[in-house]
Each structure stands twice: as C-alpha cells, then as structure tokens.
Design a protein around this ligand. Sequence first.
Ligand code: GSH
Length: 207
Amino acid sequence: MTMKYKLVYFDVAGRGEVIRLLLHQAGVEFEDNRIKGEQWPSLKPEMPFGQIPVLYVYTDEGTKILAQSNAIARFIAREHGMNGKDSWESAQCDMLVDSMGDLRDLYIKWKFGPDADKESNKAKLFESVPVFLTRMTKFVEANPSKSGYLVSSELTWADVYLAHFLDVLKAVEPNALAGHPKIQKLQEKVWSLPRLKAYLAERGPLS
Ligand SMILES: N[C@@H](CCC(=O)N[C@@H](CS)C(=O)NCC(=O)O)C(=O)O
C-alpha cells in the first residue's frame, strides 16, 4: 500500500517538530504544511479537536485524519519501526514520553506564563532538569541492549522526543546537559543518524 502524509501545523517547532523529525527519520514522502496565522480560522473547523498538529494519511481506502501530537508521533513510530520491538518496549516509550511531557509542561509554564512568575517558573524548571536527566541516564544504563538509547537496541520515538526536547532546553540554558554524558551521547547519536542530520542541517537550530 502506498501511503503519503501531510502534516498541518504552524510554522514553528512547538508540538509539530517531533512529528517532522519522525517523518524525516522514517524516510517517507510527506508534505510539511506550515500554515500562517491568518489561514487558521478557516482551517480550525476541519480539525477533529479544533487544534493542530494534524496528520492527513492518504491510503488506498481514502484520506484519514489524525489529531493529537503524541498519537500522531506514536502512529508514525509504529508504522515505521520506531516504537520498540515488543509491547513492553512500546509501553516504555509511552512512559518516557509522558514523563518528558511533565517536564515540558514546566517549560510551557515558564515560556508562556505571566511575566511576574517568570523568574520562579524558570527556577522550578531548571531545578527539575538535573533530576530528570539523572533519571533518563538510569534508563539508558538499564537498557539490556546497551545501545546507548533509552529502551531498545534500535532508535525509538522516545529517543527522538528526548533529543528534540534537550535542544529546547539548551536554547534556554546552553549548559543544561553538563554532567550528564550519557544523555549528551544519546543526543549526539540521534542527531548523527543520516536522515536526521540532513534535516537538521537544512532546518537550522531552534530559535
Ligand atoms: N493536546 C493537543 C494540543 C494541541 C494544541 O494545543 N495546539 C495548539 C497549537 S500548539 C493550537 O492548535 N492552537 C490553536 C487553537 O487552539 O485555536 C496536542 O498535543 O496535539
């Protein structure tokens, strides 16, 4: 079955970037449809939950539409061999992505929260980062394959999610990974995969 995708999202990294990264790593053709703010009001009613990202999936049976960023990322991972080799590894991916989401919530609180709370929200975020990185290191160490990835002998979407999230943190605190060499190595390993390397070279750093 030939399947093509169209990802609809704003022209920012936000909740769309992990999906873009997974589509690039999957090596599939897809349309990276980056919409402008003024296009949004007319598109919004088409979306299952009135929000984006949304993935259009073109199949022999017709066009399907999938919403919710993690559901989309998990679907691409499952379709293209990045969801672990069995249901246990896949559950670990879910667990790790959920835990990264918890930290991401602190990031969002800092970034988009009221100016009056900026200092204290940033302090809360960066107090949590070393604890989080230490926990991530334990998963890398406990991975029986010793691949340097989080849960499997091969890349999973949890590794891609982490590599991207680390760049989000580093854009705020360039030294955020200092003292966490296994996590630094994991990120280098993910970003040196040829398809991701090519995409990042074209995309440039996060702003
Ligand atoms: N839980 C959803 C949240 C999606 C979401 O908040 N999308 C925002 C952009 S990041 C959006 O569509 N905002 C425009 C709107 O709500 O009208 C997901 O993870 O996909």
